[in-house]
Design a binder for this molecule. Structure first.
Ligand code: FE2
Ligand code: FE2
Length: 193
């Protein structure tokens, strides 16, 4: 098949997923991948598709024995490009697929951070996500009790593998998510009154 489009990815995602939190996670990662593709001179539409689809099998296959195992098989059966499927596999370290492309490294580096930034935004409903300070995100990363489902080691490793600077990476992903804050139903920018 020709390279799958965003419509193909959305159709596949929503065929397997109706949980609003999971859909918002997919949209967050899509936004971050699109933004990084632009920065790295890659194709934003292709990277966006990979971000959108990376967890499409998760709702129905939430265990390490099934998540990504099932999804990757489906993507290959559908004829998705092998480098995209490998990037999807790489976001789950337990798959043992090396993150040997910038696409794969970026997906891994933004995935957990998107979830963490969502948690940071939701605890401050009075502040728009665009205004969440990098400093407070870093402080919360050190607070083990906050958003404990987010794997801090994965966040650290993702930054190291991608070779980006932590403050810049957090701000970059935050700003990408802020661009679709309305879709993500995160606190909107302050209205002047
Ligand atoms: Fe996943
Ligand atoms: Fe994810």
């Amino acid at each position: 098949m020709s390279r799958p489009s965003r419509d193909d990815a959305w159709e596949l995602l929503t065929r397997f997923t109706d949980n609003p939190s999971l859909l918002k996670h997919a949209l967050s990662v899509e936004a971050a991948m699109r933004a990084y593709a632009g920065r790295f001179g890659e194709d934003p539409d292709e990277w966006a598709v990979v971000g959108l689809i990376h967890d499409f099998d998760y709702q129905q296959n939430p265990t390490e024995d099934t998540h990504v195992h099932v999804g990757a098989r489906i993507l290959r059966d559908l004829g998705w490009p092998e480098d995209w499927v490998r990037a999807v596999e790489g976001h789950a370290s337990y798959m043992g697929v090396p993150r040997d492309t910038t696409m794969a490294k970026t997906l891994f580096a933004v995935d957990e951070l998107c979830g963490f930034l969502t948690a940071c935004a939701l605890v401050r409903p009075d502040v728009s996500i665009a205004e969440v300070p990098v400093k407070s995100v870093k402080k919360k990363l050190k607070d083990k009790a906050f958003a404990r489902g987010v794997n801090r080691e994965d966040v650290r490793l993702g930054i190291e593998e991608l070779g980006v600077e932590m403050d810049d990476h957090i701000a970059f992903v935050r700003d990408a998510m802020a661009g679709i804050a309305d879709v993500l139903e995160l606190p909107p920018p302050h209205a002047d009154s």
